[in-house]
Design a protein around this ligand. Structure first.
Ligand SMILES: *Cc1c(COP(=O)(O)O)cnc(C)c1O
Length: 493
């Protein structure tokens, strides 16, 4: 099959500060006859800039071409498959965007009276209910702005519940496969993060859990399916061990794309879970947000939810802040409402059957990729996976080729690389999450590129060391680039 990728028509583009010429301008206004404002009263003279030295002067088409060309060096899920494991880079249906831009939602002021924003309040209320239905939990907050923020919020609620029992605890247990935000959130909440070693099958070792779980442990934080793409089939037993000794089970729900519509976290004994709306419920993400990380909890933890909570009484919606045990506010107003709207639109347009089908297709797609690449790349945990699969560079190491070289080889073939060197427990990990929105043709083309790289690694390993060669920017020394960033401003030098 011919690659979707071809070279040509990609332009070199230099810094905007070296372009244009003095006096050139984008838009000309004729003299309006209005006198120039006297700004000297607004700020001391030293703070006023009368002239911008070295500011580029360009025509409108020059400016447009500059930014358009730079954007063409970029890559996004709208250009091709974006198989970053753990990130769920799926297609974002445009109907979500249309709904998030509806004037009835965008034109209300955060301080508008409740009576003037019933639609938005109903949306927040209903979305919370739907997320509880999907997770099998009892109550929700939609305030957190991201997954990590949700973890922090969930752990604060656990801390508050334990404090109420008069049973302050000091530790949070986490498997060694966990996402870095998990131990970070535990530490932020004042807990000591204690690592549990995974078993050889990549799952939580129950004996190890039993050994570590005592009355100093506030919670076990698990990701299910975990970051190896494996379902923690012992979760119910793990929940039992944790509950028996007075702890809570926190589930990092960032991988809900493998469960929604098929299995509920509440049924597995989970007490608190955060959900990444920007992943599973389809909001464009990457590059820093905004996102949303709602948290769903069991009844016992509901009194501690952040305020205000949207409540419904006789068909009317209002904000309830009169909750004495609340952990307080964790975001201004209601969090990132635009993201909530996209998630609500996604859930409504998919329906229950659609969400279930998305999960099933995500899992089938990952297993298809896993089966096609097996033999070409080493599998640390052979067998079936959930919505993502993990390989490593063990076979390629024999030829001196590493995961980084494989990733760069993919760039030369027109693909964004998968997540690499994560999870940390797999040496040279290559973690692929194709998602349900990729076609069979795209999956085949991606796998062909991966197989072609494995062949290049065997036959001509040296040539992979200089990849990428087809891009505008060639291989960067990433450590150097991160430690000595060249941040130049054309104005101040
Ligand atoms: C993405 C992710 C997170 C963090 O979510 P953010 O929204 O980026 O803060 C936590 N855990 C897992 C498993 C993830 O994939």
């Amino acid at each position: 099959m011919t690659s979707q990728y071809r070279r040509g028509m990609v332009f070199n583009e230099k810094e905007v500060f070296g372009k244009g010429s003095p006096g050139r301008c984008g838009v000309d206004f004729s003299d309006t006859g209005i006198p120039e404002a006297d700004v000297s009263a607004l700020a001391p003279e030293t703070h006023l800039r009368r002239e911008l030295k070295g500011f580029p002067e360009l025509s409108e088409p020059e400016v447009i071409r500059h930014f358009t060309r730079l954007s063409q060096w970029n890559y996004g899920v709208d250009s091709n498959i974006y198989p970053l494991g753990s990130c769920t880079m799926k297609h974002n249906p445009r109907v979500n965007e249309a709904v998030a831009r509806m004037k009835g939602f965008t034109d209300i002021h955060p301080f508008a009276p409740e009576s003037a924003c019933q639609g938005t309040l109903k949306m927040i209320h209903d979305l919370g209910d739907w997320l509880c239905e999907i997770t099998g939990l009892d109550a929700a907050t939609l305030q957190p702005a991201a997954g990590a923020h949700g973890e922090f919020t969930g752990l604060l609620m656990i801390r508050a519940a334990l404090a109420k029992r008069g049973d302050a605890r000091t530790k949070v247990l986490l498997p060694d496969s966990s996402h870095g935000t998990n131990p970070a959130s535990a530490v932020f909440c004042g807990y000591q993060a204690v690592t549990i070693k995974s078993g050889p099958d990549g799952k939580i070792d129950l004996d190890e859990l039993s050994r570590l779980m005592d009355n100093s442990v506030a919670a076990l934080m698990v990701t299910n399916p975990n970051t190896l793409g494996i379902f923690e089939s012992n979760i119910v037993k793990a929940a039992h061990i944790v509950h028996e000794r007075g702890g809570f089970l926190y589930c990092d729900g960032a991988n809900l794309n493998a469960l929604m519509g098929r299995a509920k976290l509440g049924d597995m004994g989970v007490d608190v879970a955060h959900i990444n709306l920007h992943k599973t419920f389809s909001t464009p993400h990457g590059g820093g947000g905004p996102g949303a990380g709602p948290v769903c909890v069991v009844k016992e933890l509901a009194p501690f939810l952040p305020v205000p909570v949207v409540v419904e009484e006789g068909g009317k919606y209002r904000l309830d802040a009169d909750r004495p045990e609340t952990i307080g506010k964790i975001h201004g107003f209601h969090g990132n409402v635009g993201i909530l709207l996209r998630a609500a639109a996604y859930i409504l347009s998919m329906g229950a059957d659609g969400l279930k089908a998305a999960t099933e297709t995500a899992v089938i797609n990952a297993n298809y990729v896993k089966a096609k690449l097996a033999g070409h790349y080493h599998e640390p945990t052979p067998g079936k996976s959930m919505h993502e699969c993990v390989f490593n560079d063990k076979l390629q190491n024999e030829h001196g080729v590493t995961t980084l070289d494989i990733a760069k080889g993919l760039i030369d073939r027109g693909y964004h690389p998968p997540t690499i060197y994560f999870p940390l427990i797999v040496r040279g990990a290559i973690m692929i999450e194709p998602t349900e929105t990729e076609s069979l043709e795209t999956l085949d083309a991606f796998c062909d590129a991966m197989i072609d790289i494995a062949k290049q690694a065997k036959e001509n390993p040296e040539s992979l060391k200089s990849a990428p060669v087809n891009t505008v920017v060639r291989r960067l020394d990433e450590a150097w680039a991160a430690r000595n960033p060249e941040l130049k401003c054309g104005i101040c030098g």
